[in-house]
Each structure stands twice: as C-alpha cells, then as structure tokens.
Design a protein. Structure first.
Lengths: 110, 152
C-alpha cells in the first residue's frame, strides 16, 4: 500500500493505493493521527485506488473515526467500489461512516 | 502467456507454502493463491473480495493469535484449486480456539465501534465453509483452519 495526503481547503484528503491490511494499517493510522495532532479536523479517505481491505484495515478506520470525533472532527469516506461497499455492509460499518460515491460529493458534504 | 485453458475440467493447482510468523508475508501468499483462481475463471467478486479478504483473516489469525508472531513458529498453507472449488488449509502452532464461541457478530451490541474482532465473522461470511480442527490430534496446540469456496 502507498498513500498520499494533501490538503483541499480545510480538508485533509488521503488517497489509499493498494491493499489496506494488517501489515500496513499502522502507517496510515499514524499519518492521520499526526495530522489530527497538528490541528486538522476534517478528513476524507478516498478509496478509488484501493484493492481490498481486511478486518485490521477496517479496525483502523473505526479507531481513527472515534479519535477524530473525540477531537470534534469528522472522517468521511469516498469512492468505495462494489466489493468494498459489500465489505462495509457485511460489517455494518456503512452505518458508522458517511460514505460518498465521489470525491467531489464528499468534499462538498463537509 | 496463459498456461491453461480456463474451461479445462479436471485441471487442478495445488500449492504448499510455509511462512514465518510475520504479517508482511500475507499479501504475497494471497497473491499466490488468487492467481490460479483467476486463471480458472473464478468470479470477479470472489477474486476481489471473498478470496483475498478471507485469506488475509485466516493468515493474520494464525500469525498474530496463533503463533503470536513468534519467529520460531511457522504457518503452513496448503491450497487446492480446480474448476469447481478452492480449498485452503492454514495451520499454526498456537493454542486451540473455538470457532463458534470466538466469532463475534458485526451487529451485536458494542461490536460496531470495536477496532478488532471482525476476522472470524468475515471469514465465515465470505467463504462457503470454514472449519477448525486440531493440527496434531493428541497434542495440546496447533490449529488448522480450512476455507472452502465454490467457484461462481
């Protein structure tokens, strides 16, 4: 997995490329927490280039969402393909996150 | 260059892999097993979701919860793929667990916001069959998890 972080206005946008799984999830978690520590509060993770996500990857998203909410911020998700949508539905995590079909919709929803 | 005819009935691929108890090997093992499934025309969603995610879960359980990332312990993977089904057996050297009792439902109270505990649930949702049995009957440790998926 590789990921890129950039700012679009007040929103920190994270592009995840490849798999988000047990072997690499801590890297993503730490980078987002670093941004939170720096004072950022609005986060969007874009999965347009993501392959598969395992339960550890899902767990990191849940953990980040909680930590960001505790600081008065929000984490939103965008561009889940059909398989990722199925994964979120199976685990009911589609009820925990605000998920947008496109990056633009997600950005305008904050 | 394709090495086989995708509709070839009777074609079967068998793999046996042994890895250290290190999660950095998981993605490579998943790719090794997913590749023959793709060659044998398993379904798009099976290749993108069911097979990789269920394998990830079984491998990470074996490495993290079974072997506790002990460098002296190994995880063994055996896979048989043909035009009808995929069968994978993943063996660890850890303390035995109870597949039924340890599976947490995603929608049970309090589970939604948990960081962990979705692995067995996902394996069972994404595979047609998940079984656990003792690696060496008569000894106290060692799990074999068998995953089965019919080609769609």
């Amino acid at each position: 997995m590789t990921f890129a972080i950039k700012k679009q206005g007040e929103i920190v946008v994270v592009d995840v490329e490849g798999q988000l799984i047990v072997g690499n999830r801590q890297e993503l978690k730490q980078r987002v927490l670093d941004e939170l520590e720096r004072g950022e509060r609005k986060f969007l993770i874009d999965f347009a280039q993501t392959g598969y996500i395992d339960s550890s990857g899902l767990g990191v998203l849940v953990s980040l969402s909680k930590k960001i909410r505790e600081q008065g911020g929000e984490l939103r998700l965008a561009n889940l393909n059909d398989d990722l949508k199925t994964l979120f539905e199976l685990t009911k995590l589609d009820t925990l996150f605000q998920i947008s079909d496109t990056r633009d919709r997600a950005l305008s929803s904050f | 260059m394709p090495v086989m005819l995708r509709s070839d009935q009777g074609f079967r691929v068998s793999l046996e892999v042994e890895i250290p108890s290190d999660v950095s090997y998981i993605e490579s093992v998943v790719d090794l097993i997913r590749h023959p499934c793709a060659e044998l025309a398993y379904g798009k969603h099976q290749l993108a979701l069911n097979v990789p995610v269920a394998l990830c879960e079984a491998l990470s359980n074996a490495i993290l919860r079974g072997n506790h990332e002990d460098p002296l312990k190994r995880v063994c993977v055996r896979a048989d793929v043909d035009t009808t089904r995929l069968v994978v057996e993943i063996s660890d050297e850890g303390v035995r667990f109870d597949l039924e009792a340890d599976t947490r439902e995603a929608d049970e109270d309090g589970n939604l916001e948990r960081e962990d505990g979705r692995g067995l649930f996902l394996m069972r949702k994404l595979m047609d069959g998940v079984e656990r049995f003792d690696r060496s009957p008569g000894t106290a440790t060692g799990n074999v998890v068998r995953l089965t998926l019919a080609r769609a």
